[in-house]
Design a binder for this molecule. Structure first.
Ligand code: S3P
Length: 166
């Protein structure tokens, strides 16, 4: 079985994914990290130099590659916008049990405050951008099989909660 973590920027997909993989002795794969490795540059540089559509294409191609390899016993941490494409959402559901890490705008703002590798939030009114993006994306995140509220919880607590619900 694989576990696929989806959720907004700052929801803790990477840290929860690592904690869950450790706990359940699973492999861990982080899509943003893979894209940075493939491209040899940071997400912010990819988006600044080639644009968001280019990044989205890389993300979709990587997701197809991952699913083609048929991984087993793997926790996959996705990027927050992977769910925007219908094709991607279908692949994610086939890949494993999809878990939505649900973070409030307040906490997403707090957790991404000092991060300069999130080009979409590079805006003077970061909080308003977060609220707008979350509003638009919520219906897609809600398609997940499991829903975990993460505000104020440590990655270990969230991992434990996921383990209990799986
Ligand atoms: C994005 C989220 C980022 C990264 C890219 C786009 C998004 O990943 O994939 O900056 O559209 O929400 P994280 O959710 O890991 O920050």
């Amino acid at each position: 079985m694989n576990v696929v973590l989806i959720g907004f920027m700052g929801s803790g997909k990477t840290s929860v994914g690592k904690a869950l993989a450790r706990k359940k002795e699973m492999d861990f794969l982080d899509m943003d990290e893979e894209i940075e490795k493939q491209e040899g540059r940071k997400i912010s540089d990819i988006v600044n130099e080639n644009g968001m559509d280019f990044f989205r294409d890389k993300e979709s191609v990587l997701l197809e590659e991952i699913s083609r390899k048929n991984p087993e016993n793997t926790v996959v941490a996705t990027g927050g916008g992977v769910i925007l494409s219908q094709e991607n959402r279908a692949i994610l559901k086939k890949l494993g049990r999809v878990v939505w890490l649900d973070v409030s705008p307040l906490h997403a703002h707090e957790r991404t405050r000092n991060d300069d590798n999130r080009p979409l939030l590079n805006h003077p009114n970061r909080r308003a951008v977060i609220e707008e993006l979350l509003r638009k994306r919520k219906p897609f995140y809600q398609e997940a099989e499991l829903h975990i509220q993460v505000d104020g919880k440590t990655p270990e607590q969230v991992a434990k909660e996921i383990e209990g619900k799986l």
